[in-house]
Unconditional design. Sequence first.
Length: 731
Amino acid sequence: MLLRKIRKIGLQVRLSRNTRPLANDYRKHVIVKGTTVNRLSSLLLAGTMLMPSAAFAEDLVPADAALDAESGNTVIVVTGTADGYRPVDANAVKTPTPLVNVPQTITVLTREQLDDQGITQLGDALRYVPGVVLGQGEGHRDQVNLRGQNTTADFYLDGLRDDTQYYRSLYNIERVEVLKGANALLFGRGGGGGVINRVSKTPDLTREKGEASANVDSFGAFALAADWNQPFTETVGARFNGTYEEFDNHRQDFEGRFIGVNPTLAFEPGEKTRIELSYNYDDDRRTTDRGVPSQNGKPLTGYDDTFFGRSDVNIATVKAHIAQARLDHELADGLSFNVLGQYTHTDKYYGNVFAGSAVNANKVTLSGYTSANVRESWVGQTNLVWEGKTGGIGHTVLAGLEVSSQDTSSLRSDPIFAGSATVALAKRLTIPAVSFAAPSRSTFSRVDTWSAYFQDQIELASFLQVVAGVRFDEFRISADNRVPPVATNSRTDRKWSPRFGVILKPQESVSFYGSFTRTFLPQSGDQFGSLDATQATLAPEQFENLEAGVKWDVNPNLAFTAAVYQLDRENSRFNNPATGFPELSGKTRAKGVELSLAGRVLPDLQVSLGYTLQEGEVRSTTTAAPAGRKLAQLPRHQASAWTRYDVTDKLSLGLGLTHQSKSFATISNSVTLPAFTRVDAAVFYDLSDRISLQVNVENLTDTDYFPSAHTDNNITTGEPINARLTVRAKF
């Protein structure tokens, strides 16, 4: 019962006779001293853990305070990281800055929220993030629109770039951080609309613990997962995460499976140092499904299950290896640094047969291709953080360096249909056999970058902070075209990217802010697989984000954010609605308002709510689109809500909602994706302290909807009502 009360106020507790929180652990630690747990219970009941008073000052001491190891007193370490829906910080900002003091909109999906929603894939999690619209990704990769900016590459793992095109599992992830708005200072090139950072689970050296889960849904898909944490000594420990999933859904011939393995080792040679080594292996195989075509400017209806491909061709396989190393060290009080390194090797193949036209006279013309890609990359990064004062003025200084190199080889082949590629529309299509010609494209590219950045968050007064910084990037790309006409093209860009923000704090829990940020994207696109002669002459795209907002920590367990933004993009690129390939379209502007509320509204009620009002358009006429065209997949209204109510100590209920108003499938504005509202629900029941059951129902009202598209004629159909049963055991 006591631990349940602690969880409801967003704290974690462990019992120990000694404790040594790492100095580079940015979580807020408090130690409650006493000989009985009842003393902590009285503190909780009095509400003092929410707002400590002088009466209990002797019971609350800093985490680094000296302890009498021989006193025999049980030390209860209360960690101020929320295990509910309310986050307190974000690893991606690279400094120990509470979210309330960051002049940027950030959404954090905690592990508890992901588990409550029964989510195992990144794309499913992002449905509940305001300002983020899922793209189709051609049925073989994660793809999103962040504030109207389409990307396949603005994904990060523990702050390091993870831009390979594949689907990302969440079995080994502690939380997902979505930083919105252009911000090259922290991440470098790209990230025009924002970035998505996954934070990995890491070893806990204080206790042995584990969790295993199994789930199955009404389509027959299932997943098994295990998470085991094992300290070997007080200074060495390991954590192992693994999963096996099999995929199925409402679509004909769809199937797949995923294997994920992630061992991690942690070593603390001293109180001020921590070293982590991690290896992540993903093996993914699934049907490549690009949905249905359009008809008369709308998605084709009545064929939600129909597969416009061939099961022997539409196959995507990915084998990804990611090795990471990290060193954190405190040099002195308020001065620390970290060094991070990552090596990635990805081998990917995917084949496509898909609708290449709208339905006309009850017929559709098919198209297709195959693609094979091998990518090898490494990145090294170091950050120095200083917290201190000069002349009474507070500073949080960040200085960093980053270097990276990436090699990508790609092959593409076009289809040869044994019969006509135009086929009659039917519930199950009759598609002729398909073979593929010699490669029509063979490329090799190398990208080398180095970057330096500096930022200072200055506390001029208790009510006024200023954030100012700049980043320099040198970006070099060289690309070989290996099929006639054989050619090699290269380009080097050197860019300065500033960041500036002002934060007004009428009280500690409230911030009013305004900010300006900038980033860039080379014309070779976000995957950098090729560079033609024209692209080699063009300056990079530029993104500028103006944002103002308010952040309010309503209480330690509930946070509210409201922001208004304007995002301008110059020399922009959009996919051709017919081919899916990028073309220049001049200047665009996206602007909007975002609202969010996350945390505990009541002791028994957690919420994660979001709403976005947004619009975007082309602002200059080009051959790709005239001025006035609306940006693709940018619904004017977008809302999400997820709630969990604890009915009793054992029984809880969950209810979710996602809504998108109508939007255009592509920049052609020829095909409209209808508005939709999807309702989800869940029931949770604790069989014991260690074993729990939950049932998640998706699309409770069985709504027919079309959540995303790739071209005007590759439109995803939403899944009908389905249920998932999960059994979870902790030990």
